[in-house]
Design a protein around this ligand. Structure first.
Ligand code: HEC
Ligand code: HEC
Length: 330
């Protein structure tokens, strides 16, 4: 694959994906994307292109589910901490998180408490809510991505401070001891795969297949990489950078779908978490919003037609309904 010009472009400004993750916009609200992990084909997600110009992360705060005990609707799908034993609020490691880790990660809350800027909502207004959020995303494990993520979001998101890193490392070591012998809580993304169907996916696949990148003002079609009327599959045919726009020739969906469905990056493309509920992931709409204001030669610009957004919503909601009803073998 070609070298991408924009990876060399100095990252200066802060990303503006606020529009895509603002609350109250209906079915696509809610955070929960990511994809920096996994099949990144040699690209460091931390170096990803500057998606645009400034938006203050503080202005995009959404609701903080769980902070209002009176009206919050408890969702049966995301696990509450067990009443006793590992993970429970009385477990040593859990208590350590509450007392020593949570107070040191407030900087992360700017985006991760609410899902601002398209960040996965994996923390919350309280330590306990944050604990559940991290657990749900499968981050309470040794060598967690929570420890190793480092600076991300084009430099706008910090790494853990050394204090926080020390505390979090100690905490996760305690969790390992606490949870020894207990099967690791599988993240929702590793469990929901059985709820996806190829029939539903076909609508997503064909809709994405029809999308083309749009050349920005200032981009030279002869020298840009993929900016001019290029299908997404040119760069994402095999889940590169955590997004799959598959190529039916190399990987026919009929053969590969069951494999994709069990892949966490695939699940994160479609499913997000919103504190207490599963929601359609904002990943693609957030990327579309980010590239709309991106600089020339950053990630190619594209817009998502209604065929795509409708298919994404249907695909996600069908899977979520089945997951909530526990009818797909989880
Ligand atoms: C010229 C190659 C190229 C083309 C064409 C391209 N992409 Fe990308 N895409 C990348 C690269 C490189 C990254 C990782 C860096 C970044 O995020 O900018 C990426 C990242 C992404 C991500 C973020 C994945 C994650 O997990 O955070 C999404 C979503 C995405 N692309 C969607 C699309 C869509 C939709 C299209 C077609 C309209 C498309 N891309 C076309 C190269 C490309
Ligand atoms: C300015 C917003 C912002 C801040 C502040 C921020 N993040 Fe993030 N974070 C993001 C975005 C956007 C993503 C999704 C894209 C990506 O993975 O890079 C993300 C993704 C992550 C992920 C991947 C989650 C998963 O399940 O795949 C981890 C882990 C993470 N952040 C940790 C942290 C930690 C630790 C801090 C604090 C030290 C922090 N973040 C602060 C925006 C932010």
């Amino acid at each position: 694959m070609a070298r991408f010009n924009w990876l060399a472009v100095a990252a200066v400004a802060f990303a503006g994906v606020a529009a895509a993750c603002s609350d109250g916009t209906g079915t696509l609200s809610g955070p929960g994307n990511n994809g920096g992990s996994g099949s990144t084909a040699g690209n460091d997600p931390g170096t990803s292109a500057d998606p645009g110009t400034s938006t203050d992360p503080g202005t995009t705060t959404t609701t903080t589910p769980g902070s209002d005990a009176g009206t919050a609707v408890p969702d049966p799908t995301l696990p509450a901490p067990p009443a006793a034993g590992p993970g429970s609020t009385t477990a040593t490691a859990h208590a350590y998180f509450v007392a020593n880790v949570y107070p040191k990660i407030t900087a992360c809350g700017a985006c991760h408490n609410s899902g601002a800027n398209g960040a996965p909502k994996m923390l919350g207004a309280t330590a306990d809510e944050s604990y559940v959020g991290l657990d749900t995303r499968g981050l309470i494990v040794p060598n967690s991505l929570f420890l190793t993520k480092g600076v991300h979001f084009n430099g706008a998101a910090p790494a853990l401070s050394s204090e926080a890193l020390t505390a979090a490392t100690a905490w996760l070591a305690m969790e390992v001891k606490d949870r020894a012998g207990t099967p690791a809580a599988a993240s929702v993304f590793s469990k929901i795969g059985g709820c996806f169907t190829q029939t539903d996916y076909e609508a997503v696949r064909t809709a994405i297949d029809a999308v083309r990148t749009t050349r920005r003002t200032g981009e030279n079609p002869n020298t840009c990489t993929g900016c001019n009327n290029t299908p997404c599959r040119d760069c994402h045919a095999q889940s590169e950078y955590g997004f799959l726009a598959n190529n039916q020739v190399l990987q026919p969906s009929a053969t590969y779908f069951s494999q994709w469905a069990m892949n966490e990056d695939f699940a994160k493309t479609f499913i997000g978490t919103n504190g207490t509920t599963l929601v359609p992931s904002p990943k693609l709409p957030a990327k579309a919003a980010a590239v709309a204001t991106g600089k020339a030669y950053s990630h190619p610009m594209f817009t998502l037609p209604a065929t795509v957004t409708t298919a994404l919503t249907t695909f996600a909601n069908n899977a979520i309904t089945k997951y909530n009803a526990k009818t797909c073998g989880q």
